[in-house]
Design a binder for this molecule. Structure first.
Ligand code: ZN
Length: 96
């Protein structure tokens, strides 16, 4: 699968509703890092056709929301309670 094709397929997948990087990684058999880079790229390139919505990662234990986090990849640990039970960032594309 070429990089272009992969990003096209991810874009289509993201139009279907909220999904996390881990699920995309399992579905398309690419490392999470590759998927995260693709999402970054999609975020930049999609602007005239739609908008990439991001639901920030959240700590399941204490409810801390990682709002200010710029990185696409979900954090592994909560800075508040140190819990590693993190609900991953979710992504979705809303078309214009
Ligand atoms: Zn927490």
């Amino acid at each position: 699968m070429t990089e272009y094709t992969r990003r096209q397929r991810l874009t289509e997948e993201l139009k279907n509703g909220w999904i996390c990087i881990r699920a995309l990684s399992i579905r398309y058999k690419f490392p999470e890092k590759v998927i995260a880079d693709d999402i970054k790229h999609i975020k930049k390139s999609i602007s005239h056709r739609g908008k990439l919505m991001i639901k920030p990662a959240e700590c399941i234990n204490c409810g801390f929301v990682f709002k200010e986090r710029e990185k696409i990849k979900s954090p592994s640990k909560c800075p508040e309670c140190k819990s590693e039970r993190i609900m991953e960032c979710l992504f979705m594309i809303v078309e214009k």
